[in-house]
Design a protein around this ligand. Structure first.
Ligand SMILES: [Zn+2]
Ligand SMILES: [Zn+2]
Length: 292
């Protein structure tokens, strides 16, 4: 998902062909107005694949396994609604991490006391605080940039890192649920009684279930490895970029406690709200960029 060559390509100093392009990452949506959206064809393709997986995983599990099993009283309502809740939260965290500005650079007037440590970006000429990087795909400087993720077609930065972690967690839970349900469907659940066995999607469900098995087990391990890596970075207090540039910068004895690390990431508020991808994040330290 992340490799050193891509990272260095995205953050390397600009050459003479660089063009100053800023604030072009938005589209106008009816009723919603202008929202953040990175204009990158590769990113759109990758993000579409994630959405296609979500649609396929959710609806094939729902119509082939869950609804027939629920109508036959093979599964109870907490399983049924629990799956729908995880699926909805997965989609919302994807949209939140994809469609929010990853790290708007505050203006001097907002941060007068810290501006002495700032530097000027050589690509977009914007003054920026420490730990910011210019992303060539997003064509903007991103505060506390972690990395650019093509799968969400956006950077992961100060403002959407918590939503990205939620996405990894919910995508893992969704994939694990689908995987377990497919296993139960094959070997434990009895043949459905109340469903229409002549319906096309029931009669020919074997191949969609094989495909779901392969996709869900693959996604489950990918999400688990990404979440584990991100979790280590977070308790180390370093971004993915910083650890790639200076891997020896972390002393394992100095890892922060989980609670403090995630409080810094998710902002103020009760722990229960750390799990929800909606609502406004209130940074624990308004001047996060000064904490190196
Ligand atoms: Zn810049
Ligand atoms: Zn980016």
């Amino acid at each position: 998902m992340i490799n050193m060559q891509n990272v260095m390509e995205l953050v390397k100093p600009p050459d003479s062909s660089d063009v100053v392009e800023c604030n072009q990452n938005s589209i106008k949506v009816p009723l919603l107005g202008r929202i953040h959206f990175v204009q990158d064809s590769q990113g759109r393709l990758f993000a579409s694949c994630v959405l296609a997986y979500w649609v396929y995983g959710t609806f094939s599990t729902l119509f082939i396994i869950l609804i027939p099993a629920y109508n036959d009283n093979t599964i109870s309502w907490p399983v049924y609604y629990g799956f729908l809740l995880v699926s909805a939260l997965c989609l919302m965290s994807f949209l939140r991490s994809s469609l929010s500005n990853p790290g708007r650079i505050p203006t001097y007037s907002e941060t007068a006391s810290n501006s002495s440590e700032w530097s000027r970006c050589r690509t977009c000429c914007q003054m920026r605080p420490p730990r910011s990087h210019h992303c060539r795909r997003c064509r903007q400087c991103v505060m506390r940039m972690d990395h650019h993720c093509p799968w969400i077609n956006n950077c992961v930065g100060d403002n959407n890192h918590f939503a990205f972690m939620q996405l990894l967690a919910y995508a893992f839970l969704l994939s694990m649920s689908a995987f377990i349900l497919v296993m139960l469907h094959f070997w434990v659940f009895p043949k459905c009684v109340t469903c229409n066995r002549e319906a096309f999607y029931i009669k020919h469900s074997i191949w969609p279930m094989y495909l779901l098995f392969l996709l869900s087990i693959n996604m489950m391990f990918m999400m688990m490895s990404q979440f584990t890596q991100q979790h280590y970075n977070i308790i180390a207090g370093r971004t993915t970029l910083e650890l790639m540039i200076s891997p020896s910068d972390v002393n394992p004895k100095h890892l922060q406690k989980c609670y403090n690390s995630y409080r810094e990431l998710c902002g103020q508020g009760l722990v229960i709200f750390w799990w929800f991808p909606f609502g406004r994040r209130r940074p624990l330290f308004p001047a996060t960029y000064s904490k190196v």
